[in-house]
Write a protein that binds this ligand. Sequence first.
Ligand SMILES: [Fe+2]
Length: 241
Amino acid sequence: MTDIAFPCRRDGLRNVSCQDVPRGFATSVNVRRYPPSVERMDIADWAEATARMILEAPLPRRWAHTQGVAAQARSLGPILGSDAGLLTAAALLHDIGYAPGLTNTGFHPLDGARYLRDTEYGSDMLCRLVAHHSGALIEAAERGMARELSAEFRPPRRDLADALVYCDMTTGPDGQHMPVEQRLAEIRARYGPGDLVSRAIARSAPDLTSAVMRVSCRLTHSTPMPRAALPVRARVLIGAT
Ligand SMILES: [Fe+2]
């Protein structure tokens, strides 16, 4: 593939040449690099096609969860503005590191982010969102991989990180919507009390809950008040009486 075929990869895709990125990370997943139509595709459409190819067949339950997380991301449009596509793409791709063909270290945020960076040429912020999603740094510390994660991927913007936490931590393993407290309990129950993931989620629970609350608050304040609920004086001013 040449630079000429893809001269300007936009949105969540880096504008890079094929020569400036190490290609050391091999994967057996049969995902075509540089889909020919990518220039005409919305980043969320590209991410959905990519995530579907990676997750749907080998990990259908994870794919169901992913679709639920993406639905939550789409619901955040009112507070995300021009970042809505990027956040939806991150939601679609945040768990691809679980796919058998992508597993390298066994730590899915790092494996997924490396795949996006090295194979899909994902944008810097997209890779950082996937690498650090939902308390990944704390789990990395439990695994002795915090230095490795931080050295390769800087933390993403906090508002976007919060938004991805909100989407992931209010979506159950089958894609169903659930409160953050229920989601945290579900993770601990699924992995069991002695598991590393349970320890990590217990440590990160306060941060995750706070992030969900911040996003919920932003959503509440972004929702226009129904005209009927406005004070009479305000309804007169906007001609709503
Ligand atoms: Fe997830």
